[in-house]
Design a protein around this ligand. Structure first.
Ligand code: SF4
Ligand code: SF4
Length: 136
């Protein structure tokens, strides 16, 4: 494996280490990820318990689910929509995970099952961030 190649390591399930092409280590914190079972549900239970207000959507990147109530009033208003966790802000506290009624939240990118891989990219891209290539 060359120096320009990413490699992942788990330390306490929270941190991955990236070796850059300049042979320097960069430490990235893992993020909780919301997956497809949230689509059409968006009940915002997770938003209510997040201590750093990093769960947003389904439309606004800073609205903390505030638009959900209005969307629910419309027929199919939440169709195809879900909330997302801002990977750069999540402090991996775990408070959101037990609150989800549809088990849509995973404790890190590595824990997201293969069939939900697209959800990892969606969480990053919703906030205009670049998904780590190993999860693309
Ligand atoms: S793990 Fe904690 S900080 Fe991250 S989204 Fe869930 S509640 Fe918020
Ligand atoms: S608690 Fe689950 S279903 Fe509700 S908004 Fe959060 S991730 Fe979506």
């Amino acid at each position: 494996m060359g120096f320009s190649t990413y490699f992942s390591s788990r330390i306490d399930f929270l941190i991955r280490i990236k070796l850059t092409k300049f042979n320097q280590f960069k430490i990235l914190i893992m993020s909780y990820i919301i997956t497809s079972p949230c689509i059409g549900v968006c009940d915002t239970s997770c938003v209510d318990v997040c201590p750093v207000d990093c769960i947003h959507g389904p439309l606004k990147t800073d609205g903390s689910g505030s638009e959900v109530a209005e969307l629910k009033e419309k027929e199919d208003g939440l169709k195809g929509l879900q909330l997302f966790i801002d990977p750069e802000t999540c402090i991996v506290c775990g408070a959101c995970l037990p609150e989800c009624p549809v088990n849509a939240i995973y404790g890190s990118e590595d824990e997201v099952p293969e069939e939900e891989r697209a959800s990892i990219r969606k969480n990053y891209e919703f906030f205009g961030q670049t998904c780590p290539p190993e999860y693309m």
